[in-house]
Design a protein around this ligand. Sequence first.
Ligand SMILES: Nc1ncnc2c1ncn2[C@@H]1O[C@H](COP(=O)(O)OP(=O)(O)O)[C@@H](O)[C@H]1O
Ligand SMILES: [Mg+2]
Length: 413
Amino acid sequence: CLEKSSCKPLQVEIKHLNQKLAELEADQQEAREKIRSLLNRRTPAVPPDKTTPKPAVDPSQLRKVSRLTRELNISNKQLRSTAHQALADIKNQLGQFYDTVGKLAQVEQEATKETEELRSLYRKEVVERKSLYNKLLELQGNIRVFCRCRKSLASSCLEKTDDQEVVVIQKGNRKKFQFDKVYSPSSTQEDVFTGTLPVITSCVDGYNVCILAYGQTGSGKTYTMMGSKENPGVNIRSWPFILRWSYLSILGIYNDTLNDLLTKSPSASLDIRVQGKAVSVPGLTQVQVQTETDILSVMEMGEKNRKIASTKMNIQSSRSHLMVALEVEGSDEVSGLTSRGTLTLCDLAGSERISKTEAEGQRLVEAAAINKSLTALGQVFGALKCNALHIPFRNSKLTHLLQPCLSGDAKVN
Ligand SMILES: Nc1ncnc2c1ncn2[C@@H]1O[C@H](COP(=O)(O)OP(=O)(O)O)[C@@H](O)[C@H]1O
Ligand SMILES: [Mg+2]
């Protein structure tokens, strides 16, 4: 904003000119005094000495002083007129300047009003976009099942017939299975991620999103979710799209017990607490993450602790469920709207059936726990699919923990 204070240099200049003028007037006055005193000396009151008549001042010098005085008078007048003119110009410019300042203030006021109107329109648009986007996802189905065919296994018994169907050939029998999307063996990590991106994005809009990888050991669950450093999976690829102020936690579920994989003692088991509709795990470590590097280092720590826990408990990592949960706080700088959603990424334990003859002791207990939790998951999906009044979330720790991501407006892939 332009203020009167910005005219200070001009005011200083005016003051300076006025001072100069006063000095010149003082000089002129002094010069006049000098002339007067010289003229007085020219006609002394005392009668001149008859013996040596000597003039008090040289007449030629007097003429010179007189001429100089005249010149001084003329330049003084010129200077006065120039100063007056400069002052008038400055006043004129100041007037124009204040006019412009006034107009600018008015323009600024109008622009602020317009910005406020645009902001409120934008706010409405954001809310409408979220709602439309959500409706679109609802139309596609809040629970969607994708199938990714693995390279080596594909040739033997899997046949992808179109984008939504696979045929399993077993002992000469062909069995068809329908999915929301089928990825062929040649599909890339990028392709699979692109399929999940729409639901991941809705997490930023404040919805609870869950992506589960289900399949038998070796079918590519961990590869699809985590991937390798050179070819990362859904977990790593999704961070840039949702990363804001987020809290990350990593849980392992083994034999229906919960282990915090971000602590030094991951084998200590945790409990689930229910408060109204909220399901939480008291004592679970939540690490604040802001950058991709933060996420990667926390994930690495989780992976390391998972291995330590597996060794301590003498289990293979594929015999436990891994749950990575990211609480995302989103805020729109323009509209000021805030939202809070969660993204839960689950790498489930291998779904293969271990017959009682193959497994005994600890392996049998493991198999029973996995079987129980995956069956419970199936029952929950079954109940959700037919909009049952009661959804049996509490039949296992896995489904109980996933309750917020599987109920209400939540989206699941
Ligand atoms: N689509 C794929 N392309 C290339 N390699 C794959 C693919 N899926 C799985 N693999 C590889 O197969 C092996 C087993 O996969 P993994 O993800 O560990 O299975 P799971 O977690 O289901 O037990 C890993 O070495 C993995 O790198
Ligand atoms: Mg695995």
